[in-house]
Every structure is written in C-alpha cells, then in structure tokens.
Design a protein around this ligand. Structure first.
Ligand code: SF4
Ligand code: SF4
Length: 473
C-alpha cells in the first residue's frame, strides 16, 4: 500500500462514528395500568380539569368570578379586584409557586410532573381517548402496523376528531379567563369572534393538540427546562421512584411455583410490564433517569405482577438513595424529611405566604396618585392666597361606589379650595382636579412638603395618604 493510501486509511479509522444530533423518536404505546397511584393521577386530572374548565363560568357580584381583564387592566379574583399597582401580588404568587416547587421537589422529587403538570394531565386525557377509540396497547400497535383501510381511517378520524374538539374547547376556556366567557360563547355561536380571540383559541388549541396528542414525552425530554434543573434540588434523601436492585436481581423468568431463592433468582421476573406502562418508555431498572417524570405507573404495574407471583409489593417503590443503601424503612426515611434544605425552603415559603396573606388582608381598597399641574406651579389668586393645582387619580378598588373627602396638611393654612368631596363608582378610577391654597403671608418661597389624605365617608377604615409638594414663588 502506498504512503498516501496508508494515511487515508489511518484518517478514516481515526474518524469518529457519525452520530445523529436528534434521536429519531420511537412511538410509545403506554399500557393502561390501575392501582393506588393511578387512582391519584385520575383524581388529580379530575380536580385540575374541573377547576380549569369550570372556573370561568362561576359568577360573583354579577360578573365573572375569575377574569383577567387585560384591556381594562383589572384582574378579578372572586371578591378581589387587582389593579396594575397590585403587581406585587402577582410577583408574590410566582415566588410562592417557585418555592413550593422547590420544597416538594426536595421532599418527593417530581411530584408536580407526575400528577399536576398540564403536559402530564393532558397526555393522560388524550391517552384515555386513544384507548377508548383504538383499544389497549396491543390493539394500537397492531392498528399502526396495518396497511391503510377504511376501518383504520375511521378510527384515526374519530380519535383526531375528539382530540381536536377537546383542544378547541381547551383554547376557548383559556381565552375565557381573559374575555368574559359568556360573551365569548355567544360570539362563537354567532360566528362573530374577533381576530385576537380567534387567534388565541386556535393557538392554545393547537398547542394542546400538538403537545398532548403528538409530542407527549418529547415535551418533557427535550423542551421542559424543569426536567434539566430539578436535579439541583435532589439529594440522597429525596423520595424518588426506584427499583430495588438488591431485591430484584438477578432477574429472570420463572413459573409461579418456582422457588426463586433456590433457583438463584431475585424477585424481578423480567416481564417488562414496568417498561410497557411507562409514558416516557424508559426502564426504571437502569436507575434514576432524567426522562422519568415520577408518574409511578411502573410501581402500580410491578405491584400487580408481584401480587400475581405472590411476592411482597414494592420491588419498584418510592424510596431514597440513603434508604436503599442503609436499609431504612418508611419511618427512617420520614425522619430525614426534617433536614436543613427542606427546613429552609419550608421556612421561606411560610414567611412569604404569611407576608402575602397579611398584606392582602390589610390591603386598603383605595389608591391615590397625585400629579402636580406642571403648567402652573404656583400662582397668586384673589383674597391674598397662593394656589397650587393638582390632579388626583382616585382608584376605588372595591365593587361598591364610595364618596371620598380630600384634605391636605403640612402648612398651617393649607386647605382645599372648592369642592372636596367626590364620588367614585365601583372598581373605577377617576381623575379629580384639586386646588390647594395657603395665605400669601404664610408662604416662604420654595418647595414645602405636604400630604393629601383621602378618606371614604361611607365606609370606616378606607383612607390613604399620599405625599406631594406645595410650591411658593
Ligand atoms: S414489572 Fe417488576 S417484575 Fe416486571 S420487569 Fe418490571 S421490575 Fe421486573
Ligand atoms: S419510570 Fe416509572 S415513574 Fe418514571 S416515567 Fe416511567 S413509569 Fe413513570
């Protein structure tokens, strides 16, 4: 072989094997499973969906109970009316949600993913429809492997038709949190939907159909950021779904009557049920994997097998790394729940939740913004007075109208000139021009600190104070 050919051969051998950047998806056909944890998943699906689909239809004070009215910049949550100035409560809600996620993840791993995440919940619903239309796992595998036929077309059309109808209903409900849902329903009925409402119903519906019908586990595996950073919240005492290697291995098939110990076998009969029921298609016996969403379907599946074999349940179970290594029982694991990381998350969560609750309870349903009239900072008026003009934006955040008195203090003779009582309708902001005067001989030139006091005359305890300045030239 010539030198050049030898070199080419060496380069060819040194070349790394070409690998695809994207793993081609193998369709997963999760097998239906019943059991304790499946019951919890169904309960969570029902609870979350009853709340999601039902909430926008509830009424409160002759309006929609929960409505995020972006156009009017008001959020209605039952008796609470939140204004843009109340943005802090939205921020606090996000902080509380994040802290709850940290706490639950530190204690029991991916509880959120397995039971309450919309991706899991809608995948469960779509899978349930798929099973009802196409049958259980073996039927679905067989159907997909069949050549085209009218029967296959009928089943596929039925499944996708129901999926699309549910997705559109989901999109409609979602938009119904931002636009009064009863008006939206009559617009749909009369084909009078506006362009934005149509866009968001179709967009949210399409996202639901695509994510729950087609993408499924790929959303968790490739798109969800939480799957990537959740390991930072795990430690050796976090409850995760684990296969008991010591008990299960060496795995192997056997007849029910076989004495496993005598045959040198562990409790795993290698039936593959735990893999078949897994919605992400992984084998939990290979250890904790980031693809595991913690749905516990493999626990239910394996427990059914253990029952049939007359073995103790729990070959796959919730456990911790430390418990498996040290042979702790449930009580031993529970003792480790009170560890520094969990206590810190719990304390911060409690403090923020209490703070938010107290602040909401003490919240005065009145807000005032003072805007100085820049056009005329200070002027002399008849009767030897100096006058400053302001505009007060008075926001009545309650759902009843109120009459408010405006007063000012800070300079001995300071007083409101003219009308000082105004009515503001329910859940409305009103801009009110206010003139303040002092005696001319009172005012040294310069800027003086003053304070407005706005007080409801028809309700005790509704008052607020706002600072400003009075300018004398
Ligand atoms: S379901 Fe249980 S027995 Fe069957 S393969 Fe999985 S771990 Fe082994
Ligand atoms: S391994 Fe078990 S808990 Fe994890 S996703 Fe699969 S079935 Fe669910």
């Amino acid at each position: 072989m010539s030198e050049t050919l030898k070199n080419v051969e060496l380069i060819r051998r040194a070349d790394p094997v070409e690998e695809a950047l994207y793993e081609v998806r193998e369709k997963i056909y999760p097998r239906a499973v019943g059991g304790w944890f499946a019951g919890w998943r169904v309960a969570m699906v029902l609870a979350t969906q009853i709340v999601f689909y039902g909430m926008p239809w509830l009424r409160w004070n002759e309006r929609q109970a929960v409505l995020f009215d972006l156009a009017a910049r008001k959020f209605y949550v039952f008796g609470l009316v939140l204004w843009p100035q109340d943005f802090i409560y939205l921020a606090l809600l996000l902080v509380i949600s994040a802290l709850s996620l940290f706490l639950f993840t530190a204690v029991a791993g991916r509880l959120w993913c397995g039971y309450a995440c919309p991706q899991t919940v809608y995948t469960e619903i779509f899978l349930w429809i798929e099973r009802k239309v196409e049958g259980n796992r073996p039927h679905r595998i067989k159907l997909d492997g069949q050549p085209f036929s009218l029967d296959k077309l009928r089943l596929k059309l039925a499944k996708h038709g129901i999926w699309i109808a549910l997705s559109l209903w989901t999109g409609f409900t979602f938009v119904g949190y931002f636009t009064p849902i009863r008006e939206l329903a009559s617009e749909v009925a009369t084909l009078g939907l506006g362009p934005w409402e149509s866009f968001w119903i179709l967009f949210y519906g399409f996202a639901t159909y695509g994510n729950a019908g087609w993408m499924r586990e790929q959303v968790c595996k490739y798109m969800c950021p939480y799957a990537r950073f959740q390991s930072a919240m795990f430690d050796s005492d976090t409850l995760v779904i684990t296969y008991d290697n010591a008990r299960g291995e060496p795995r192997g098939g056997r007849a029910r009557a076989t004495d496993a110990k005598a045959a040198g076998l562990g409790d795993c009969i290698d039936c593959g049920i735990c893999v078949q029921v897994c919605p992400t298609g992984i084998d939990i016996r290979k250890g904790l994997q980031y693809e595991c969403i913690g749905c516990a379907a493999c626990i239910d599946g394996c427990n059914q097998v253990m029952k049939k074999m007359d073995y103790a349940p729990g070959l796959i179970r919730y456990s911790t790394e430390n418990a498996l290594r040290r042979g702790w029982n449930f009580a031993g694991m529970m003792k480790r729940v009170r560890r520094p990381r969990v206590l810190v998350y719990a304390a911060v969560l409690l403090a923020v939740t209490l703070g938010a609750g107290v602040s909401l309870a003490l919240r005065v349903p009145l807000k005032v913004d003072v805007i100085r009239d820049r056009g005329s900072l200070s002027r002399e008026v008849g009767g030897g007075s100096i006058e400053n003009v302001y505009r007060l934006q008075i926001m009545n955040t309650e759902e009843t109208p109120h009459r408010y008195r405006i007063r000012a203090s800070g300079i001995p003779t300071l007083a409101v000139a003219g009308e000082d009582v105004f009515e503001v309708p329910a859940a409305t902001a009103r801009m009110i021009p206010v003139r303040l005067r002092i005696d001319a001989d009172e005012g040294r030139s310069g800027s003086h600190r003053i304070e407005f006091a706005v007080e409801a005359l028809d309700a005790a305890g509704i008052q607020t104070h706002e600072r400003s300045t009075f300018v004398v030239r």
